[in-house]
Design a binder for this molecule. Sequence first.
Ligand code: PEP
Ligand code: MG
Length: 580
Amino acid sequence: MSFTLHGLGVSSGIAIGRAMLMSHATIEVSHLTIAPRMVDKEVARLDAAIAVVRRELEVMKESTSNAPAELGAFIDIHSMFLKDPELVVKPQDLIRERRCNAEWALVQQMEHLVEQFEQFDDPYLRERKFDVVQVVERVIKELTGHVGRTLAKTARGVKEEMLIVVAHDLSPADVIAFKDHRFASFITDVGGSTSHTAIVARSLAIPAVVGLENARALIRDGEQLIVDGRRGVIIVNPDHRVLEEYQFRKNQIELEKSKLKRLKTAKSETIDGVEVKLYANIELPGDVPGALEAGAEGIGLFRTEFLFLDRGDMPDEREQYEAYKKVVKGMGGRPVTIRTFDLGNDKDIHPTVSLGDRVKANPALGRRAIRMSLAEPQMFQTQLRAILRATKYGPIKLLIPMLAHAHEIDQTLAAVEQAKSSLRGEKLVFDEKTEVGGMIEIPAAALAIGLFLRRLDFLSIGTNDLIQYTLAIDRTDEQVANLYDPLHPAVLMLLAHTMASAEKVGIPVSVCGEMAGDPKLTRLLLGMGLRIFSMHPSQILQVKSRVLKADVNELAPTVRRMLRLDEPGKLREALEKLNA
Ligand code: PEP
Ligand code: MG
């Protein structure tokens, strides 16, 4: 039966493929049927692996007696799970009853437990599902020698490029893991358009739709799907006419894309000769080739927190240094803006990493980003030292997220100075003149912009959070996604005020939020005075095509008039005219 679902299109394009339902768990193992005479052996194999992991945990507990209490607590929880018949005995029953291999039996039982934990109202208890998954990962590692971390069970005989991942929810870390895959698209029941999950989807340049509410319940594995990422529409089991129509549209889009590639080497300037910098936003060092391929003139935002999402530890100075060095060397002398960790919101770290008490309610308003870095001085110093050390390989700027207060800027600058002085003490080379800039993503920062202009070398406007905080809209919540409006007069006022104030004192300002990559807003931003845009590589050429056709001398007065409008309907009309 054919039917249609509607959600929020967060990454445009059309995908046609087969549904692959993602299980709650993130562990893939082989599914084998074992011979009856092997059953006892398989049970013994599982028992032995569990015993080894139990012993490992005991040793770990003894050797970390001085470690923070959280570490001891999580070891205790893992040990407890490994004694629980639910995890120890039930898989044995599955091996005996269904003759499945030990790994598969364990993962089936884990999925069952994860589902049960998800039912809890208490967030603490709900989070314990991560412990179940981790403990099972440990046992799987013992059984197979590696952790089978892939995202889903891949249907046999179907190429990855033809698969559409259907999930209830995906974390930014899940979507980051997609970078190693070539899925056609993904769709989820929950999520907002500027959630980090959606942002990473755009960086993958695959169509994606979120906020479908119950797609995972309605769609079955292997069903044919059409995903229209622009309109936010999913067509399940389309008939042949619909399929043909979408195949045609898909080909058109691909043709457009290949035409755009011709612009890669074109100089990015307007008709009236104003140079406009088009930079890339990246999440991982592996994104650099894609940025260069799209013609990025630099990296305007490296979201470093993605370096260690979903792993059990923090990267040390050496590992971070290697990552930053790889990016700066890869960019071959083009500027690279590295943002310090923005953790604590929807990009949460693995539950085993202890970073003080993590905020549970309203994390976007909690100890997030620079607040977390200042509260964890050791972590901050490690990162600052690693970034500064990488400056010897090319031009790096340091960008600080979520600043609101003068004292936060002052403390940050003092921390940078401290990192520099420790490097000097160790005779390690770095660029003494490394510029430090701040993200403008809290309305207070935009309104009290003088504080920032007096203390910092450059500014970068994070429109995703600026809109979230100005309009009080949780950017990850699909239920209020309709209220998330980049064209709200208040948002435009804050943007215009920031740009005009920075221009007056000659401080460079860029936009690195999603607004910068939306070609419908290019002319508006140019007219406001923006000259540095940073976006996903996949959006650069489209934005460039708009820049090449713009005349800022003409745009500026029109946009000034537009900014006086405070009726949303009129603003929208004016934008349409501006783009006509
Ligand atoms: C923003 O808030 O606009 C931004 C660029 O940062 P992030 O999306 O990582 O929060
Ligand atoms: Mg932000």
